[in-house]
Design a protein around this ligand. Structure first.
Ligand code: ASP
Length: 450
């Protein structure tokens, strides 16, 4: 069985929806399709999810949300009209209107319930269309199927273990094509919880794992994942194959083809993930696998991401103080802040973390505690980008760090942090945010010799 997931650009209008349905119907192993909300039709268009967020925000602010809701309805109306299924609209309008107008006690829960309607209505519409065209298709409700989520301490949606056993039961249902809305699940109290943006990728991955699929096909609008962001380099090298580990490192540092959390469910179950292009289904796409069959290049990909900061803690004779690092890290964990890297020297240790979690309020508390409880000097720098060079084939090859570092130094880029793990799958450089894209270009030029 193959699980397919289609992104917003693949569902943006009636023409795209027809393409998507043809893709699914062209292979009888494609039994489950996960859909996003309709995305942008043109560069300047607005995604349905963003329109829904505007609806919810207007309501929460006590303002009229009618105009925004009308825009959402108009998007579905246009699609239904062109697909010749106007009959589906009364149900969609009723659902959208009643969710938007529902009573609420919690702003976040209300926002989630409205946001999720983009995928929910899209799945209902696609299932209706397929049935209307004479195919056996069924809309699946995540609540009825038992896609259970909860919020962790930081407010992030996490999957409950029983979700996998619940969704495995869909195997008995595959005489119909199952159309599943992405992006959301429910709490045990039946309240809608959404993943973070782009989260339909996670739904597809959970279903592939639960149903032990042969492959998870993630259909988007590019032929391949590229070795570097195509907005930075012209015609970049395509990646035909990449491991989960490599992909995870690249997603961490800004590769945005796939949601970062979508890799784990398929990785855990060894299910290959194939990124494909809805607009060019004959392209083989990029395969994400646990073990590679070939290497097209020494380096698989290069990525860079802004938005990091460093907290540097110094104390004379720090290396002699037993338990110092544990005490330091406890302060961050008490404040529910996760840490990304910890480069250290004998009398200094630097904590690298994402700025968006290390708010100025958290900074004030943590810095004060480090000074008072550990008696250290502390300095915070909020201007750091991380650049990663990733590739399994780099392990045991000599000289890549030297080439990368000298290319960066010849370009006048100061390296603030350098880190290479013992697994040798990646090298990380910390540079000023203003150098992020430039550093990626310089490294690509050096390592891909274009
Ligand atoms: N529709 C949601 C978003 O725009 C989720 C998704 O497309 O995966 O982020």
């Amino acid at each position: 069985m193959k699980i397919t997931k289609f992104g917003g650009s693949s569902l943006a209008n009636a023409f795209q929806i027809q393409k998507v349905c043809n893709i699914v119907l062209s292979d009888e192993d494609r039994k489950v399709m996960v859909v996003s909300a309709p995305g942008k039709r043109t560069k300047d268009d607005t995604k349905v999810t963003d329109l829904l967020i505007a609806v919810a925000k207007a309501r929460l602010a006590g303002e009229s949300y009618k105009d925004d809701l009308d825009k959402v309805i108009a998007r579905y109306e246009e699609i239904a009209d062109e697909l010749g299924i106007k009959q589906v609209m009364p149900d969609i309008i009723e659902r959208l209107s009643s969710i938007a107008a529902a009573d609420y006690t919690d702003d976040i829960k209300y926002l989630d319930s409205v946001k999720a309607m983009g995928e929910d209505c899209c799945a209902r519409l696609v299932a209706f269309y397929l049935t209307n065209e004479g195919h056996k298709a069924k809309y699946c409700n995540p609540a009825e199927c038992g896609l259970y989520l909860k919020h962790d301490a930081a407010g992030k949606a996490v999957i409950l273990d029983e979700t996998y056993t619940n969704l495995a039961k869909l195997k008995d249902d595959t005489d119909s094509l199952l159309v599943f809305p992405g992006f959301y699940g429910v709490s045990k109290d039946n309240e809608i919880i959404t993943f973070s943006r782009g989260g339909s990728d996670i739904t597809g991955s959970i279903l592939a794992a639960a149903l032990n699929a042969e492959v998870y096909e993630n259909w988007t609008d590019v032929d391949n994942v590229f070795a570097v962001n195509p907005n930075l380099v012209k015609n970049p090298f395509p990646i035909t194959e990449i491991t989960y580990d490599e992909m995870r490192e690249l997603s961490y540092a800004g590769f945005s083809v796939l949601h970062e959390e979508a890799i784990y469910p398929v990785f855990k179950n060894g299910i290959p993930l194939n990124i494909r292009n809805t607009n060019n289904p004959s392209a083989k796409g990029t395969w994400i696998v646990s073990k590679r069959s070939h290497y097209d290049s020494l380096v698989t990909g290069i990525a860079g991401d802004k938005g990091f900061c460093t907290v540097t803690v110094s104390k004379y004779m720090m290396n002699r103080q037993v338990g110092f690092l544990a005490a330091l890290l406890k302060i961050f964990s008490d404040e529910a802040i996760s840490i990304d890297h910890i480069p250290s020297g004998i009398d200094t240790v630097t904590i690298v973390l994402r700025k968006k979690y290390f708010t100025p309020e958290k900074e004030a508390i943590i810095v004060e505690r480090i000074k008072n409880e550990l008696g250290c000097k502390v300095s915070v720098d909020r201007d750091l980008a991380i650049v990663m060079i990733v590739g399994e084939a780099m392990a045991n090859s000599v000289g890549i760090m030297a080439r990368a570092a000298s290319a960066l130094s010849n370009a006048g880029i100061n390296l603030r942090i350098v880190n290479q793990g013992a697994s040798e799958i990646s090298m990380m450089f910390g540079v000023s945010e203003s150098y992020c894209s430039y550093a990626v270009r310089v490294l690509y030029k050096e390592l891909f010799r274009y």
